[in-house]
Design a protein around this ligand. Sequence first.
Ligand SMILES: [Zn+2]
Length: 481
Amino acid sequence: MSGPSLENSSDMSGRKIFELISSAAADGSAARLGKLSFPGKKVVETPNFFAVTSRGAIPHLTPDNLKRHTSVNGVYMALEDFIEKKEPPIQHTPGREGSRRLHIFTALPSNTLSVLGPRRCPAITTPFGNTPKALAVFTSTGFRNVTVPEFASYVQALQPDIVLPMADLPHTSATPSSKKLVRMVERTEVWLDEFLGKLASSKSTDSLDSSVFAPVLPVEYPIQWDYLRHLSEDVLGKLDGLAVYDANLLPDLVNYPPLAPLPKLCMDPPKTPQEVLRQISLGIDICTLSFANITSDAGVAMTFTFPSPSVDEVRPLGINMWSPEHNTAVVPLVEGCKCYTCSKHHRAYLHHLLNAKEMLGWNLLQIHNHHVVNEFFVGIREALAKGQAVFGEEARRFIASYEPVFPEGTGERPRARGYHFKSEADADRINKPAWKDLEKGTASAQITNLAESGTPSGESQDATPVAVVNVEEAVATLSIN
Ligand SMILES: [Zn+2]
């Protein structure tokens, strides 16, 4: 490893938020160790990860469990999850001195970092594109537009620790043409300047600032080079970091040395730990991890570690907890795991909870899986502290010793409810409908018959268990996602 870099980034008020501890390349194009520090927050040692929330909460984790049983340092939230009305309740959340409104509204532990962006991660496609002045978003009451002044006013009201300004990203099903890509870059630059202007003009001395992480767009370098120059020359003093929407763009950022000391948050969610290693080796400091949520939903307990244990066989990245082999297994999910789940419960119990569709099963899996991910990042930082060569060697060994994808969970997912599932095609639905056709008409028709017949007798009695099963299922799966 070459000598440590002493370059740091400071935010608009001059407070230092990111400190580079070591980097193999001064231009920021290789894996690096750093520290993200905000007043009153846990210091985030990087490389690290932020968890992805749905409607303000990490799926299956209540804020108290998040605080007690996980080491999550930061979470990503989407504004579109909160603005279903013209004057949504979140805008009128009473403030408390020194507390950020977004934290108060979502009950996020006060020392956990909040990142607010306009859209969910990953975002649902919209039926119409963005306009020159507004971004198309999907709220619980349907699609609508958000303008830059509106977004800026929400940011000032909610006071997230980090804000990702609006970027003209193509969240439509059509592949953007090259002309459209050029327009995306132009619009994003205009929107960013307008957003920074709004923040600066209405800044009051007692308000809590949000650090701005400017978007690096998922378009080829020749199309956005001038926008990146704008970031590095014209507005650098107003930026605290970068939100990178395509990790493949990182090698091109070396052309802009002033951007190198900025912390880089990757908004291109990796699907596997192997992809995490790749993003880190390209210079990403913080990954947004949605695969922890997806894996827990599937009923899979992660089992990987970094560095990987020396083995000759290729190991799976996780175990399918639905598998009948765990029926009577009174062993922890992972031998030696220090998480709450593994220290209090065993595989057979978790297997039973999943089969009984008890939401506790997914709660416990989320705690374990976030612990595994956290330990994975601890291992990466320890390897990096020993040098770039050690990290590179361990990363290669990891890729060779684990299967490239997570095993599939064979059971049903927790019942997914919410507006963000409605627009997905039937084929993508992860649950079967709760009501299904029986031999004689639909279940609802039988219940209507039952109601009409007065007392349950004869054929009508067959309908009763159907109704009970559905009510139980609905209760068991409330508040999931
Ligand atoms: Zn565990």
